[in-house]
Design a protein around this ligand. Structure first.
Ligand code: HEM
Length: 421
């Protein structure tokens, strides 16, 4: 067994960090302008009318929940905050009942997404090579073959759950290959994702137990890669250096966790929302069947209109920002989905126009943290839809009432029964 001192004393999960806690208050929202919560079922089912109303009535909404949080809904405000790393920190990007301690910045628990400048650029640069267009093109044949395998398994069924039986598996398999994890571990990844992203309403002790599961899995993979180094991102991270020194164990496992989590829920959601739209809009479905070359343009529109990812920031110091009296450690719920539907930025912002020509959407974020996996996400989305349209062709919602959307910061269908014959 190879020994690497960095990992020798690393427990699956250390002491719970001293951070800032607040009670999370769930329950019906009295007024979205003064009491918003992205955890309520109404928001999960259809957040767009709420965001449209806020943009008109109160463009930077507030809530006392989560210990205090703000929700900007105009594109210009979302962009200004995303670009302003001086005043808004990324030390936690998942809004909940726990804020990590301030001294965790500028590295954070999962670099580079949790890192602020100046460290951020170094952590990001390390990962760029694995996610270039050329590197991602190498994953395309295996992704396509896997999509066909998934469709083969649907043989004989009239109704299939396109979220659980198709969309979910694609990003899990691709990222497992890239990180060098066993492909059959996919189902465990779904639990990790749920633990981290959808479990934010749990008491901190329960969240720590859930994190433990993920980190002990990652440590097993680290050990396997130390014993059997190979050509994948995990072995690369184990050998990588910043400022002439190997990465700390926390940096390696934090980045592995980020890559595992960031790519799954997000892409699963984007594939699911696109299929949901096409099942519900026969004219768009038929147009894509007749004009497959339009698909990349349509995908950008699905990403704009159903942007799956909302991020969070923490206010660094007390300040008045565009009229909002922000306090240090207040959350900002940074809604790229709301920005993408701002009529001041997009013509007919509330409509889905699958041949929209000018489409500078913010689904992949804005500024220094802009999605590092965007080439991968676009490839997976295109291949998943190409194979589905080629093999299934006609499909409709089997039961619109049975479609279930995720709650929290990543939005997409988690149950999507489609009639395929
Ligand atoms: C449709 C799918 C996806 C969407 C909509 C999406 C969206 C985003 C957004 C909005 C951000 C900005 C975060 C912020 O401002 O705090 C981000 C960052 C990031 N994404 Fe994605 N993402 C997707 C898929 C992926 C995939 C497949 C990967 C790779 C495994 C990935 C890896 C990352 C990483 C590493 C960052 C952090 C970059 C940094 O902080 O410099 N994402 N993503």
């Amino acid at each position: 067994m190879t020994v690497d001192d960095r990992f020798a004393s690393l427990e699956p999960i250390g002491e719970e960090p001293e951070g800032i806690r607040s009670e999370i208050i769930t329950g019906p929202v009295s007024d979205w302008a003064t009491d918003f919560s992205h955890l309520e079922p109404e928001w999960a089912a259809d957040p767009y009318p709420i965001q449209d109303d806020l943009r008109q009535r109160c463009p930077i909404a507030h809530t006392d929940r989560f210990g205090g949080a703000w929700l900007p809904t105009r594109y210009e405000d979302v962009a200004a905050i995303a670009y302003d790393t001086e005043r808004f920190s990324s030390r936690s990007i998942n809004m909940g009942n726990f804020r990590p301690p301030r001294d965790i910045a500028p590295i954070g628990g999962s670099p580079p997404i949790s890192s602020d400048p100046p460290f951020h650029q170094h952590a990001r640069k390390l990962l760029l090579g694995a996610f270039t267009k050329t590197s991602i093109a190498r994953q395309e044949p295996a992704t396509r073959a896997f999509c066909h395998e998934l469709i083969d398994k649907l043989e004989g069924q009239d109704v299939v759950d396109a979220a659980a039986e198709y969309a979910q598996h694609i990003p899990m398999r691709v990222i497992a290959d890239m990180l060098g994890f066993p492909p059959e571990d996919g189902p465990q990844f779904a639990e990790f994702v749920e633990d981290l992203l959808e479990g934010i309403n749990l008491p901190p002790e329960d969240r720590i137990t859930r994190m433990e599961r993920l980190f002990s899995y990652l440590l097993t993979q680290v050990q396997d890669h130390l014993d059997n180094p190979r050509d994948d991102i995990t072995s690369y991270l184990l050998g990588a250096e910043i400022f002439g020194t190997k990465l700390t164990a926390d940096h390696v496992t934090g980045a592995m966790a980020l890559l595992l989590i960031a790519g799954i829920d997000t892409t699963w959601s984007a594939i699911g929302s696109s299929l949901w739209h096409l099942a519900d809009h026969p004219a768009d479905r038929r147009r894509l069947l007749d004009e497959p070359a339009l698909l990349p343009v349509a995908i950008e529109e699905f990403l704009r209109a159903y942007a799956p990812v909302t991020m969070a920031r923490l206010v660094k110091e007390d300040m008045n920002w565009h009229g909002a009296d922000m306090k240090a450690d207040d959350w900002i719920l940074l809604s790229f989905p709301a920005a993408n539907r701002d009529p001041a930025q997009f013509d007919r912002a509330g409509e889905v126009i699958i041949d929209r020509q000018v489409n500078r959407h913010a689904a992949f974020g804005l500024g220094i943290h802009r999605c590092l996996g965007s080439h991968l996400a676009r490839m997976e989305l295109r291949v998943a839809l190409e194979v589905w349209l080629e093999r299934i062709g006609e499909f409709t919602l089997a039961d619109p009432e049975a479609v279930r959307w995720s709650t929290g910061q990543i939005r997409g269908p988690r149950a999507l029964p489609l009639k395929i014959s």
